[in-house]
Design a protein around this ligand. Structure first.
Ligand code: CP
Ligand code: NVA
Length: 311
């Protein structure tokens, strides 16, 4: 019987575990645990079906900093479900590796890897979720604002993987979130319902609207993501047209709290979802956010392997 834990979505973590993960991330970031060989003799595979800068590099560097070994397996090597079945990939890699970070198109591929593997699977982005990003995001919010209480996040754009995980993370820790998307680009209703259930326990407010102005009003954090996610390239022209009114720019941010912070998971398209003035301006924390992927994921690996002993 399989014993390993996986991180497929934020639903896999309790509020208490998320808080502990954030504390561990702080310790890792500020060097207390830097030199410990927490992944010694462990090999982690990166099974990536899509391109990546931050996720790939931050996992590879983080694993190496903890004395682990990393094996990158791009679409040319492991063509999930095409070259061989996802279950055969999971069973084979379980014989070599201690864990897998998977970046896939369909979310079911990550679920199937976890179902058939004997080792922890970490979702490094699927079409439905991006949990490592969301854990980093709430860590970055707490780091910058020094609290989790009385914070409102305004997510403006596509109700996509990043939006889903951010909404769940906020709901789990009690951060209010307003989501503004064009009609037909709303977050998945089943995931909104799950977030609402968590929000009942933590007191978070979750609002989904089509009005960017309503969402951003008096917000402390403004968040955006690309309008065209990986795999949606054929919809490029339609999406750019549909999202036209959802750009974060000087005019829109006037409605936010004057001390707002701007966040973006990156990669970004300046001139589309956000203007250069905003993403490169004084309120933006996007590169702190990118850096924090490294520290957060080191904490996640320790959580899944229990090499630190806090969980
Ligand atoms: N934010 C993020 O996941 O970036 P990459 O796609 O470059 O990994
Ligand atoms: N929503 C984007 C996030 C990239 C990190 C995508 O899936 O392409």
């Amino acid at each position: 019987m399989k014993q390993s834990k996986s991180l497929i979505s934020l639903e896999d973590l309790t509020k208490e575990e998320i808080i502990k993960l954030m504390d561990l991330t702080t310790m890792i970031k500020h060097d207390q645990l830097y030199s410990m060989e927490l992944l010694k003799n462990k090999s982690i595979g990166l099974v990536f079906q899509k391109p990546s800068n931050r996720t790939r590099v931050s996992f590879e560097v983080g694993i190496s900093q903890m004395s682990g070994n990393c094996v990158y397996l791009g679409p040319e090597e492991i063509n999930l479900g095409v070259r061989e079945s996802t279950s055969d990939v999971a069973k084979t890699l379980s014989r070599y590796l201690d864990g897998i970070v998977a970046r896939t198109f369909t979310h079911q591929d990550v679920v199937d890897l976890a179902k058939h593997a004997d080792i922890p699977i970490i979702n490094g982005l699927s079409d439905l979720y991006h949990p490592c990003q969301a854990l980093t995001d709430i860590f970055s919010i707490k780091e910058r604002l020094q609290r989790l209480e009385n914070i409102t996040v305004a997510y403006i754009g596509d109700g996509n993987n990043v939006c889903h995980s951010l909404m769940l993370a906020c709901a789990k820790v009690g951060i209010h979130i307003n989501i503004a998307t064009p009609k037909n680009y709303e977050p998945d209703q089943a995931i909104v319902d799950t977030a609402l259930k968590y929000a009942q326990e933590t007191g978070a407010n979750i609002k989904v609207t089509q009005s960017p102005e309503e969402a951003i009003e008096k917000s402390d954090v403004i968040y955006s993501d690309v309008w065209v996610s990986m795999g949606q390239e054929e919809e490029n022209a339609k999406r750019i047209n549909d999202f036209d009114k959802y750009q974060i720019n000087e005019e829109l941010v006037k409605l936010a709290n004057p001390n707002y912070i701007f966040m973006h998971c990156l990669p970004a398209h300046r001139g589309q979802e956000v203007t250069e003035e905003i993403i490169d301006g004084e309120h933006s924390i996007v590169f702190d956010q990118a850096e924090n992927r490294l520290h957060t994921q080191k904490a996640v690996l320790n959580f899944l392997f229990n090499t630190w002993g806090a969980f």
